[in-house]
Design a protein around this ligand. Structure first.
Ligand SMILES: Cc1cc2nc3c(=O)[nH]c(=O)nc-3n(C[C@H](O)[C@H](O)[C@H](O)COP(=O)(O)OP(=O)(O)OC[C@H]3O[C@@H](n4cnc5c(N)ncnc54)[C@H](O)[C@@H]3O)c2cc1C
Length: 476
């Protein structure tokens, strides 16, 4: 069989890889993308962690569980009676699977539309060959292709607790956490990060008694302190139990459930008996099966593919993007790197601005931020002015019946350039986009304060936070 030769071969079709492949094809390169993820029928399921067991299915379940919570707790205030409420978890999971499949199919369609050759199987480096690379594909059939450029976008996998491997029945990674077949009575989570809080929210809203165990002494340490405090208060009110500063000991499983031994912040020995345990203590770069040694691809001490600021590896024409390299493990960061690399291959000047990458936690209230926190500005000795505006004073939030939280803006004390925006409250995930645009264009808080915002809208809280920087809010 003749070897197929490509200008660009992308290994991995998560958000980093599939977007890189599409952009490379748009730029006129003969492009291939290889991905090994299988759906439940053994067929291709491009989209990576994000589509299959991450961003998309978690948001589908968060939506279902939010509807359930609203029906149980909020509808009555609107005069809507629903009688007795029930949740059919199988239907909820089925809907989630449909959403995932729509995204898988969408990517296959985009590959066709952009003439990206898709290969279903595991791609690994065979050898460097004539200025390019031979990539072996092991799937339903095996073949070898060559690429002048290779983009590694093999993503990440969940890290297990030492001595407590994932069985996905009782000790669950994000994968198992997204397909628990019935609402557990008692659920524990180790790790109060983004994934832990989102998964905990889903099952708490559906009736599970949820305890989150976190090793760090502070809650959401990377988040602006004021925002983290507000979120912590809201979660406690909802009944999410969060224990900080714990040290996890033995984890044992039995027919009765999971027993988690730990020392609390005071050092007292405790044991938590639960039906399921979700472990979300971080993710590891996925370089298994790449056969990096065959070509001398360098990994760093953390096991991620070592790259420079432009995603170049130590090998000529081999690039790496997304979760498999340094930086935040976020789908949109992976996508931006994928686009930038394809453009650099084309001799253009692709660029990713790490200062304006937004972060979102899709709990309720949602938490979103961009730029620097107040603690970071203080530590850097930067003079700033801060302004905040609570949703309780926003008409749209009152009409929605969701007035928890605030928008907080930080701006340079001299130039007034916006340095950070932090939101906890309704639709924070959507509102943050305005702040990202503003910061990308180096806007001042005065710029945002003078922009006309639709009334009544949650976005008025952004304008008011900008006004608050200059101590001239109009509605608070
Ligand atoms: C529960 C959960 C919720 C999340 N929610 C969000 C969110 O709301 N927003 C957000 O921005 N991020 C979220 N993330 C993070 C996000 O999923 C990742 O940052 C993103 O998927 C990284 O994209 P990637 O392309 O680098 O890698 P991945 O999405 O991991 O994709 C890598 C792909 O490469 C394939 N692969 C690996 N090795 C090979 C090989 N040798 N040959 C062929 N194929 C291979 C894998 O099968 C996979 O399909 C979430 C993650 C989790 C776990």
């Amino acid at each position: 069989m003749a070897t197929k030769n490509f200008d660009v071969v992308v290994i991995g079709a998560g958000p980093g890889g599939y977007i890189a492949a599409i952009r490379a094809a748009q730029l006129g390169f003969n492009t291939a993308c290889i991905d090994e993820w299988k759906n439940d029928k053994g067929g291709p399921a491009p989209g990576g962690t994000c589509t299959n067991v991450g961003c998309i299915p978690s948001k589908a379940l968060l939506q279902s569980s939010e509807h359930f919570e609203h029906a149980g707790h909020s509808f009555a205030a609107h005069g809507i009676g629903v009688g007795s409420l029930s949740i059919d978890v199988a239907t909820m999971l089925g809907r989630k699977n449909t959403v995932v499949k729509q995204n898988n199919d969408g990517i296959l369609y985009l590959f066709k539309k952009n003439k990206v050759a898709f290969f279903h199987g595991r791609g690994s480096f065979a050898k460097a060959e004539g200025g390019g690379y031979e990539i072996a594909i092991a799937g339903a059939t095996s073949e070898t292709i060559t690429g002048k450029h290779v983009i590694v976008a093999t993503g990440s996998t969940a890290r297990a607790l030492p001595g407590a491997p994932f069985d996905e029945q009782q000790i669950l990674s994000n994968d198992g956490a997204l397909r628990i077949p019935s609402v557990p009575k008692r659920l524990a989570l180790v790790g109060a990060g983004v994934i832990g809080l989102e998964m905990g929210s889903v099952w708490r809203r559906l009736g599970a008694e949820v305890t989150v165990l976190e090793a760090l002494p502070s809650f959401l340490g990377a988040v602006d302190e004021q925002i983290a405090k507000e979120a912590s208060r809201a979660f406690a009110k909802q009944g999410l139990k969060i224990e900080l500063g714990v040290k996890i000991g033995d984890v044992r499983t039995s027919a009765a459930g999971v027993s988690v031994a730990y020392a609390n912040a005071k050092g007292d020995a405790r044991t938590l008996e639960v039906d399921k345990l979700i472990v979300s203590i971080g993710r590891m770069a996925n370089t298994d099966g790449l056969n990096a040694e065959a070509v001398g691809l360098k990994l760093d001490e953390r096991g991620t593919v070592a790259v420079d600021d432009d995603c170049r590896t130590n090998l000529p024409n081999v690039w790496a993007v997304g979760d498999v390299v340094r930086g935040p493990m976020l789908a949109h960061k992976a996508e931006e790197e994928g686009v930038a690399v394809a453009e650099r291959i084309a001799g253009q000047h692709g660029h990713v601005n790490f200062n304006t990458i937004p972060w979102v936690i899709y709990t309720s209230p949602e938490i979103a931020w961009v730029g620097q926190t107040e603690q970071q500005l203080k530590a850097a000795g930067r003079a700033y002015r801060a302004g905040s505006f609570p949703f309780i004073a926003n008409g749209r939030a009152r009409a929605l019946g969701d007035t928890t939280g605030l928008v907080k803006m930080l701006a340079d004390a001299t130039t007034d350039e916006i340095l950070g925006v932090h939101i906890v409250g309704p639709m924070a995930s959507e509102l943050i986009a305005e702040a990202v645009v503003a910061m990308e264009f180096k806007a001042s808080s005065e710029d945002l304060a003078r922009i006309c915002h639709a009334h009544p809208s949650l976005s008025e809280a952004m304008k008011e936070a900008a006004l608050a920087v200059d101590k001239r809010t109009l509605n608070f």
